[in-house]
Ligand binder design. Structure first.
Ligand SMILES: [Zn+2]
Ligand SMILES: [Zn+2]
Length: 275
């Protein structure tokens, strides 16, 4: 009886999601992992490449023969090292859902950093995205995995901003394995894979019409954003940025979509990892 009560009163021992060791000291905001695993997260706090957000020297963005990109910049939460590869594999391929809140929180942290950087760039003017758009997966993949991991990453990123999550892209066909292709082949094969969903135009127009709070009053005329030609700022969310071909293909579709409703697009991207 004594040991039963003792067990009830004693704090439950939680083992670390990542390494399995018992958590002796918890990290604020990250209850699932131990302090050792938390300190091994390779956060990208400073990008060496302003465009693609790479943490190491970047030959890609300075290439002269590079086709113009459809997005302004990418930022990523972490470097895609062996440990992060394992985390993503656990979540994405082995369906370990316990990783979902952890990774969503990491996205929120990266989003905070990105908004801060963009606000600084804009002369300390508060920067906000109009919407967050997750990269979709094909229906075939969806039926295999039963979930789209980028969707929860998108909600994680959106959680600290006022942007809505808009699932306005559709993945047309399942493309063959990308890993054996050259960078250029990869970029070319991705174009046309992402199409706007049937309600995409309607969704975009409605977020532009959303009343925005100004002091104590709701300005109902904020939809003038469209007529004033203010840009629509969209943030694409994906799990890993490798060559940028997925993000660029999605950005190209979003650009077309914005233009089709008479809006000026400003497309950014945020991924969980940068390889
Ligand atoms: Zn651990
Ligand atoms: Zn770059």
């Amino acid at each position: 009886m004594k040991s039963f009560i003792h067990n009830l009163l004693a704090p439950s021992r939680i083992s670390c999601l990542a390494c399995g060791k018992e958590i002796s000291e918890s990290v604020r905001g990250y209850p699932e992992i131990c302090i050792g695993c938390y300190s091994s997260i390779p956060w990208i706090t400073k990008s060496r490449c302003n465009i693609c957000g790479r943490h190491v020297g970047c030959p890609d963005c300075s290439r002269k023969d590079m086709a113009p990109r459809h997005f302004l910049m990418n930022r990523s939460a972490v470097a895609y090292n062996t440990v992060m590869k394992e985390w993503l594999a656990q979540y994405k391929f082995r369906g370990n859902e316990a990783y979902q809140p952890l990774m969503a929180r990491m996205m929120a942290e990266a989003m905070k950093r990105m908004l801060y950087e963009l606000s600084l760039r804009g002369g300390n003017k508060k920067f906000r995205f109009d919407a967050v758009v997750p990269v979709p997966i094909s229906e075939e993949r969806m039926s295999e995995r039963c979930f789209n991991q980028t969707r929860s990453l998108a909600f994680g990123a959106a959680s600290i901003s006022k942007a809505s999550v808009l699932e306005i892209l559709h993945r047309r066909q399942h493309t063959e394995k990308q890993s054996f292709k050259s960078r250029r082949e990869r970029l070319e094969s991705m174009m046309g894979v992402y199409t706007p969903s049937s309600d995409a135009q309607h969704c975009l127009i409605s977020i532009m019409q959303k009343p925005v709070k100004q002091g104590r009053f709701h300005s109902l005329f904020e939809n003038q954003k469209l007529t004033q030609n203010a840009p629509i700022r969209l943030l694409i969310i994906d799990d890993v940025y490798t060559t940028g071909s997925t993000v660029d293909a999605c950005a190209a579709t979003l650009q077309m979509l914005c233009k089709s409703i008479g809006a000026t697009p400003e497309i950014y991207s945020l991924t969980w990892a940068r390889s």
